[in-house]
Design a binder for this molecule. Structure first.
Ligand code: 48N
Length: 336
């Protein structure tokens, strides 16, 4: 499956976006003894004096700087290669691996919250430290995040250190765009004529009820939350041959895609997440991360709602490695 053919011409523009996003840290002259740049050290004593003022600006300039980029991104991502729904620990880990392995692909992340990161800002019961069982330390090493090695597991001193680091690295990727405060309200579908059923010997017609996923339907989250008390606020769309859903286990926004597959009669029912069993839960989530219906891969805790896997509680190695697996699956599906 080649990148969005309809939109080939704009992929090079995306790949060159680095030329647009200046990053001239290399030319900053540092004061090695004090650890800050000389320019910042020279600025500090002037703050609060008449010598200090910002460069001039007009309000409309700020407005245009934001809106021009936002709507140009929305236009470019109307046709994308891979959508990731949910920027929690699984979705972000997947985005990091996918955007690194396939810089040629346009990757669009849709996150309902204003703040990406899902449930990974704290380790458990509002505690700070995050535990990951090995071999998830391999992903933490990849991100160059410091941790304490406790033998069979590692501890990152604050969950926010993991989440902010993977988020920062993903957002710096030229082929990734995050639309946060944006909710996937539905899935785009096409009739799916599997090779076997389309050419079945008994000449049976392809199973008209089967679909493949061909993108997502979106709205700003604050709009999605008010469909009951406002007149029809129609959504927007993003076409994509592959969608990866990592919307977490059941909850106000959780398990979105798998619930929608049931209501679209693509899945008979959800088996529901089982009680906590740390030892078995994480293997199951990683091993079962997969394409559920053609074009839709599910990973992270959303998967537990389909398979009835146990929950693992406050350990996050499966989220990271399920994201790695989902990236691997997405490349397999995309290159079919
Ligand atoms: O962090 P979550 O909820 O999901 P995962 O699978 O990335 O990580 C799960 C993990 O935090 C745990 O639950 C831990 C390991 N505990 C397990 C246990 O036993 O309790 O992130 C999902 C993200 C959130 O940021 C949501 O806002 C977002 O998905 N989201 C959506 N974004 C866009 N459109 C939607 N329809 C949508 N639904 C959820």
């Amino acid at each position: 499956m080649s990148p969005s053919v309809l939109d080939q011409q704009s992929i090079p523009a995306l790949v060159n976006v680095k030329a647009i996003g200046k990053n001239d840290n290399a030319n900053v002259e540092r004061d090695e003894t004090r650890g800050l740049s000389k320019a910042l050290l020279d600025l500090m004593p002037t703050l609060g004096t008449d010598a200090f003022t910002f460069s001039p600006i007009r309000e409309s300039t700020v407005s245009r700087a934001m809106t021009r980029r936002y709507f140009s991104d929305l236009d470019a991502h109307a046709e994308t290669d891979i959508v990731i729904v949910g920027a929690g620990s699984c979705g972000l880990s997947c985005a990091y691996v996918l955007s690194t392995l396939r810089p040629d692909l346009r990757i669009t992340i849709i996150e309902a919250g204003v703040a990406p990161g899902g449930g990974a800002w704290l380790g458990g019961q509002l505690f700070s430290a995050m535990v990951m069982r090995k071999p998830a330390d391999l992903f933490v090493k990849e991100l160059n995040i410091p941790y304490e090695d406790e033998g069979d597991y590692i501890v990152i001193k604050h969950a926010a250190l993991f989440t902010s680091t993977v988020l920062s690295k993903v957002l710096q990727k030229p082929n990734v765009k995050l639309f946060n405060a944006t909710t996937v309200e539905d899935l785009i579908t096409r009739k799916h004529h599997a090779e076997s059923s389309a050419s079945s010997d008994d000449g049976e017609a392809a199973d008209e009820s089967k679909v493949r996923i061909a993108g997502v339907v979106t709205n700003w989250t604050l709009v999605s939350m008010h469909h009951d008390d406002q007149s029809c606020m129609d959504p927007n769309t993003i076409n994509a041959p592959v969608v990866i859903s990592t919307t977490g286990h059941d909850g106000p926004f959780g398990a979105f895609s798998v619930k929608r597959l049931v209501s679209m009669k693509q899945l008979e029912r959800l088996n529901g997440m089982r009680g906590l069993d740390m030892q078995s839960a994480e293997d199951a989530i990683v091993n079962n991360t997969r394409e559920i219906v053609p074009g839709l891969i599910v990973g992270g805790m959303e998967l537990s709602e389909i398979d009835g896997a146990n929950r693992m509680g406050p350990t996050f190695g499966a989220m990271a490695l399920s994201g790695v697996k989902a990236a691997h699956e997405a490349i397999r599906v995309f290159d079919l």
